[in-house]
Design a protein around this ligand. Structure first.
Ligand code: NDP
Length: 339
């Protein structure tokens, strides 16, 4: 059983060498002690920015436990059931949910797994557009942002797993949408593939405030926040009255010892901005509503999804740490086994 192991807790930016891949022997049977568990063969693993938070030694209030140095790391994935003691799952079923970064895993918390029913789309989509990032983008945009047709929307980390969907949802609703990303090919993707009205490379803008004023001369009605730090500060200075900020994440801050100061907070008062954080977990009970809305859009070709698929567990650590330098183009996935 090939496995990805965290060597030790991480400070600063994570590196490929913070992990190693080992092969251990495994009995391909559920242990006697397992009550409702399943033995699965992992097919796709999802690289997600929150996984950095699980590498801290200090306690972080998060619904998923921190990683243990010397042990297998875990995250969202798609897997095939090989053996089951859960009456709702049987051999051959496909599921998505939290699993180990290894070829075979025993999962005890089967109530947290989602059974995959629709197989006319790529299976890897259940790590992205039809999995956790999809739920995040859908409810984060429609529920948290309360968007209206014609509003101006800004999305940061816009070409990633979540951002590319938020931008497309906003376009489908008839909003004016601008995204930021860190390379020119990503900017082209935003404009030409996902239909953003405009996009800019934040790394090439000496003054983020001036850039935002250029794209939003009348102000930003909705900001879908993925990065935090300097970008948040610049956005706060450019929000419209009664603007809304959905705080999905702040990836620019995850590797810093001390978070960067934000100076424009008083604008929350002056512009009557509503800024709300949210977690995808709060919306999992509405997964079938999400599927009913998003599956037809995929089937009708109205929603695109770009994935960046690394081949094999050996490539997993580089793919995971690559999120923090923007190496991924689209949703970063690791393909573990042939389907
Ligand atoms: P992405 O697929 O967008 O990958 C991360 C991207 O972030 C990189 O490709 C890079 O793109 C960008 N990035 C990395 N470092 C920085 C930085 N210092 N400043 C600006 N951009 C940076 O990730 P996801 O779409 O999966 O996640 C996006 C955000 O959403 C994250 O903050 C994540 O934590 C959050 N999230 C929150 C959830 C929730 O429930 N609240 C659930 C899922 C995700 P670039 O080339 O553009 O720099």
């Amino acid at each position: 059983n090939k496995q990805v192991i965290l060597r030790d807790f991480v400070t600063g930016f994570p590196k490929e060498s913070d992990f190693h891949v080992r092969t251990s022997s495994i009995c391909l049977k559920l242990p006697q002690s397992s009550k409702n568990g399943v033995l699965v063969n992992n097919l796709f693993l999802s690289c997600d920015p929150y996984m950095r938070i699980l590498m801290f030694q200090a306690y972080v209030p998060f619904p998923i436990d921190s990683f243990t140095p010397g042990s297998v790391i875990y995250g969202y994935g798609v897997a095939r059931v090989l053996e089951s003691r859960d009456p709702n799952l049987k051999e051959g079923d496909l599921v998505w949910g939290v699993t180990g970064w290894e070829e075979y895993s025993v999962i005890e918390e089967t109530q947290k797994l989602f059974k995959i029913e629709h197989l006319d789309v790529p299976l890897s989509y259940y790590t992205g557009i039809l999995g956790m990032p999809g739920v995040t983008a859908y409810f984060g945009f429609y529920d948290v942002c309360c968007p209206k047709k014609g509003e101006s929307v800004f999305v940061s980390a816009a070409s990633g797993a979540v951002g590319q969907l938020v931008g497309q949802f906003a376009k489908l609703l008839g909003c004016y949408v601008v995204g930021s990303a860190g390379t020119q090919p990503k900017i082209e993707l935003l404009k030409n593939k996902f239909g953003f009205d405009d996009a800019f490379n934040y790394k090439e803008e000496p003054n983020l405030d001036a850039a935002l004023k250029r794209y939003f001369p009348k102000g930003i009605d909705i900001y879908f926040e993925n990065v935090g730090g300097k970008m948040l500060d610049a956005v706060l200075g450019n929000m419209s009255i009664h603007g809304r900020i959905a705080v999905c994440g702040m990836i620019s801050q995850y590797n810093l010892e001390n978070t960067e100061g934000v100076h424009n907070l008083m604008n929350i008062v002056l512009q009557r901005i509503r800024m709300q954080g949210f977690e995808c977990f709060d919306y999992y009970h509405r997964y079938s509503e999400f599927l009913d809305a998003v599956l037809p859009l995929i089937r009708a070709g109205k929603l695109s999804y770009v994935e960046d698929i690394a081949d094999g567990l050996n490539a997993g650590p580089a793919a995971l740490v690559g999120l923090f330098s923007g190496r991924n183009v689209g949703k970063q996935v690791v393909a573990v086994a042939a389907q």
